[in-house]
Design a protein around this ligand. Structure first.
Ligand code: TRP
Length: 483
């Protein structure tokens, strides 16, 4: 018999399993690639400071809020928000926050899967010894050929989505829980092996200087936005992944303790990834190539690096297995909100729901995939208007030469996640009565007041100011006031 607090999807075996699952969601391509690169090129230690501020002033309170909403609602984000707002007499419109979150998750997953597919492909390539002894030009052209070969990309993107769907379709216990309990320890062991290798054999001094040396001149509004966007992205906040995982936790877990542990682990893994990657980059004098950040960089630099090392086949394979695991444990958290919703509201079985959601995301992913082979927004809009029967030449803007991938990446990480973060903060901080959140979070009075102060004032205002600042609106307002 189901009680009010039951979830139809099952519960995590315990606190630690939730911790593994949430960390699995948080630790992904963002940590292994984006973080070390962004930190290094945006001011090292001073970027780290801004980033840590974002983590603790924005990330922590929001993560607690999301887990709390999930655990209160015990449903997919859409239904959890609908149910909570119904019980507490708030507008029914709040469920749309869940709907938008679910759609953002699918959007992110659509390109995440393409890159996850690259990681699979490169695992096979590394294991086959293809990279051994290659020159830099050799691996660059290998990647260029790979990324423009639509058939290969399609196969790997499909395989990645299939594995994601397979895990999710087996349910919370036999699917998600099973996957994270063996994958997360493997991930940690591989990462530690790679760090030990890098620290013992490569240029660790330059790497540490690059990662941690503070350079305050590089802190521009855009860098602050990047730090905040990255905090959202890496913690999987703003679209219901953590919320849906929160809805499978048992009642007696400290949300504050769990959230802090997840954030600290995520940050440590990002720093370890930096320590595994950058010493190699400096030893092989590849830092010049690092200036351009695009998702393919990882797949251009590392095959070369591993191809030059005696144990290259083994280390290279381990590296790409690491990347594949990190991508997969994040991808399942991106699909779960939609699947949970389909099961609850459309009465589908889990395998059926996973297949449907997976198929839609896969289809969307084709556009991202083609954008890596050269398709840009201009081509897409031209095709659409031709299809509609009236070709109207659009005004020229450099925006149109961007790829669909760049557009989605910008829209999600830097715009939609922060905006939905503000709404979650407003909902939990201002609308939800304090006795409700106090009881749910069950913290000491003092820590509760800290959380409440942060989520009511600091978090939404900080996000808002960063967004205004980065769009240039803040400068405009200041000028207006001064005149
Ligand atoms: N956090 C993952 C990473 O660092 C990506 C991710 C998983 C994500 N779930 C998310 C990002 C939800 C935003 C929202 O790669």
């Amino acid at each position: 018999m189901t009680t009010e607090r039951d979830t139809i999807h099952g519960e995590w075996a315990g606190r630690f399993t939730f911790f593994l699952a949430a960390t699995g969601s948080a630790v992904g391509l963002g940590n292994l690639w984006k973080f070390p690169y962004v930190a290094g090129s945006s001011g090292g230690g001073s970027f780290l400071l801004v980033y840590l501020l974002c983590l603790f002033l924005i990330g922590l309170p929001l993560m607690m809020a999301e887990i709390m909403l999930g655990r209160m609602g015990r449903r997919s984000p859409v239904n959890a928000l609908r149910r909570i707002s119904q019980i507490h007499g708030h507008s029914r419109l709040w469920k749309w926050l869940g709907v938008v979150g679910m759609l953002i998750a699918c959007l992110i997953l659509s390109y995440y899967s393409v890159i996850g597919g690259w990681a699979y492909a490169y695992t096979v390539r590394a294991a086959s010894g293809l990279f051994m002894g290659q020159t830099m030009d050799g691996v660059v052209s290998l990647f260029a050929r790979f990324a423009s070969d639509a058939e290969h990309l399609l196969a790997w993107h499909t395989l990645f989505m299939l594995t994601t769907v397979m895990v999710v379709s087996r349910g919370v216990k036999r699917g998600l829980e099973f996957a994270v309990t063996w994958m997360m320890p493997v991930l940690l062991v591989i990462l530690v092996v790679l760090v030990i290798y890098a620290v013992r054999n490569a240029d660790v001094y330059n790497a540490i200087a690059f990662l941690f040396h503070p350079d305050f001149h590089k802190i521009t509004p855009d860098v602050v936005l990047t730090a905040m966007g990255h905090a959202f992205f890496t913690l999987s906040l703003g679209m219901g992944a953590i919320m849906v995982y929160g809805s499978y936790i048992g009642q007696r877990s400290s949300i504050c303790g769990l959230s802090s542990a997840i954030i600290i682990t995520d940050t440590m893994i990002a720093i370890l990834a930096g320590l595994a990657i950058f010493p190699l980059v400096f030893s092989f004098q590849l830092e010049g190539i690092m200036i351009r950040s695009d998702p393919g960089l990882l797949f251009r630099i590392f095959p070369y690096v591993f191809g030059q090392m005696p144990a290259g086949i083994l280390l290279g394979t381990l590296f790409f297995v690491l990347l594949s695991i990190a991508a997969l444990t994040s991808a399942i958290s991106l699909l779960e909100p939609a699947v949970a919703w389909l099961v609850e509201s459309r009465g589908m079985t889990r395998p059926h729901a996973s297949a449907w959601a997976g198929f839609c995301v896969w289809l969307l992913g084709l556009v991202s995939m083609l954008s890596f082979t050269g398709l840009n927004l201009r081509d897409m809009l031209t095709a659409v208007s031709a299809w509609l029967g009236h070709y109207s030449p659009m005004f020229e803007h450099k925006f149109y030469s961007q790829s669909f991938f760049t557009l989605i990446d910008f829209m999600t990480a830097k715009l939609l996640l922060p905006i939905s973060g503000i709404l979650i903060a407003i909902y939990t901080g201002w609308l939800l009565k304090s006795d409700v959140s106090k009881q749910e979070l069950s913290m000491s009075n003092w820590s509760y007041q800290c959380w409440r102060g942060l989520i009511r004032y600091v978090t939404p205002v900080a996000i808002f100011v960063v967004l205004l600042n980065a769009t240039g609106a803040l400068a405009w307002i200041i000028r207006l006031i001064n005149n």
